[in-house]
Design a protein. Structure first.
Length: 487
């Protein structure tokens, strides 16, 4: 990455080198346009970067929470294949929930639920589903919250068994306070009836292979996508300045006029013609000079972000499980999800070794947020030893990372607050805001890439596109085609 001071008068300034910002810069570069990119961290890729941990001669790689790739957009598959070539590989998927000492496939496997829970409890699940369909279907009970949505589609018993508890663990608020947009975005089209039909072979014609079965993943971690984008950009004249961040954004009410960027060499005032921002939207509003109107500041102050704490363990063990991810919906278990990087690619660990990535959902200021690495390790080890995953003696090293602004919280009033903010930001004619943090939308990396591509078209064509259509497919979010590589 560039060690020089940023250009003080670029045509396009991109704030943030996560998936959205880098995709925007890449598309501009392909069209012959150079941008200046500034990134706060030492490494590009945002939450999709891959970290390298060296322990003597052994090298372990880990994503900051693994990111499998799936999309309905063939252009994105071609985009990444062009970058990674033979590193772009299919991986079999196994994702399960661990509840009361038993594994359950995710999404729900009807036959497995019946086998694990028994006929009586399974019958109760079926009864609750029929009753829910009557209440929300025949009697038209409105779907006002996430709780309404999952109860309507799965019945109260199954919703409480594997969805309501886990969702409350993620967001830290009751499901009755979570907006139904969360369900519509993530599990639309998935319900108990569709699960049952698939279980008995009545799912209709076989469509594209679902990501329940397999997905694409880079050989050396998701961060390879962004490393290759960065290399391409620098080769073609687009400067990326790491350890650099905006500290003041001036505007005249209709346009952004200048941005003060803090760099290792000092603060530089940049006067771009156009600005793309992918930093957290609430942080961006704090940087504006003059400040936004009081109604906008009030709306922003009421938006909430969920943070995460990550514990990464390297192990003197060949394998823990066969799973890519394991979800832990019980609130009695302090962590929410684990992953084993070796099950994404064997090249993420040395031969005969493995690693284990543990995720905690939190608010800044919660107890887990303030814990040391040793305290977090002491917290989790009794669970892993009890379940037979691994012992303390098999742990080589432990690493702890903390990230704020990971998940935008879809509480019951987030939408009207966000509408106030966006309505005002859209009056700044030379600003485009993108990505999960920039738009306050919980989307995956493929959608962030897509937003970046759309942003480049906005800049090149001078007309607006509806960014909110990205990732709004009206079906189960994690179901999509696995495109074959081009010949």
């Amino acid at each position: 990455m560039s060690n020089t001071r940023p250009d003080t008068a670029p045509e396009i300034l991109i704030l943030g080198a996560g998936p959205a910002g880098l995709a925007c810069a890449m598309e501009l570069s392909r069209k012959g346009k150079r941008a200046t990119v500034v990134e706060r961290d030492e490494q590009i890729g945002g939450l999709a970067k891959t970290l390298t941990l060296r322990e003597g001669d052994d090298v372990f790689l880990t994503d900051i929470g693994p990111h499998r790739f799936f999309s309905k957009n063939q252009y994105l598959y071609d985009f990444i294949e062009d970058l990674l070539k033979e590193e772009w590989r299919k991986v079999p998927r196994l994702t399960r929930q661990f509840v009361d000492g038993k594994y359950y496939n995710y999404p729900v496997n009807f036959q497995q639920v019946v086998k694990n829970l028994g006929l009586l409890r399974s019958a109760r699940i079926g009864f609750d589903y029929v009753w829910a369909r009557l209440r929300y279907g025949l009697f038209k009970k409105p779907l006002r919250t996430f709780e309404d949505y999952v109860v309507a589609n799965f019945g109260r018993s199954l919703a409480e068994f594997s969805m309501i508890n886990y969702s409350e663990k993620i967001w830290g608020i009751p499901c009755a306070d979570i907006h139904p947009d969360w369900a519509k975005q993530r599990i639309s089209g998935l319900n108990l009836w569709s699960v049952f039909k698939n279980a008995i072979g009545l799912g209709g014609k076989k469509g594209p292979k679902s990501l329940v079965d397999e997905f694409y993943y880079p050989q050396f971690g998701t961060g390879r996508i962004y490393q290759e984008i960065g290399a391409h950009l620098q080769k073609n004249g687009t400067a990326i300045h790491c350890q650099s961040e905006p500290v003041k954004v001036r505007h005249d009410g209709t346009r952004i006029t200048s941005v003060d960027v803090k760099t290792p060499q000092g603060v530089v005032t940049v006067t771009p013609q156009k600005v793309v921002e992918s930093v957290p939207i609430t942080r961006f509003l704090e940087l504006l000079d003059p400040p936004p109107p009081p109604a906008v500041r009030s709306a922003a102050s009421q938006l909430k972000w969920r943070a995460q704490v990550y514990l990464f363990l390297t192990l003197n063990k060949d394998k823990v499980t066969d799973d890519n991810w394991i979800y832990f919906p019980s609130k009695d278990i302090p962590f929410g999800r684990t992953s084993e990087m070796k099950n994404f690619s064997k090249d993420m660990c040395p031969p005969g070794k493995t690693s284990f990535f543990v995720e905690f959902f939190t608010f800044e200021g919660d107890a887990i947020w303030s814990m040391t690495k040793e305290q977090v390790l002491d917290l989790v080890m009794p669970y892993f030893e009890k379940w037979g995953f691994f012992t303390r003696a098999e742990v080589r090293q432990a690493y702890l990372w903390k990230r704020p602004h990971v998940y935008p919280v879809y509480d019951s009033h987030y939408k009207e607050r966000l509408d106030v903010i966006r309505g005002w930001l859209d009056t700044l004619q030379n600003l485009v805001y993108i990505g999960r943090p920039g738009r306050f939308r919980y989307t995956n990396q493929d959608h962030s890439l897509e937003m970046g591509i759309i942003a480049s078209r906005i800049l090149l064509e001078g007309r607006r596109y509806d960014m909110d259509t990205v990732g709004s497919e009206n079906e189960y979010f994690e179901k999509g085609p696995i495109y074959e590589k081009r010949i």
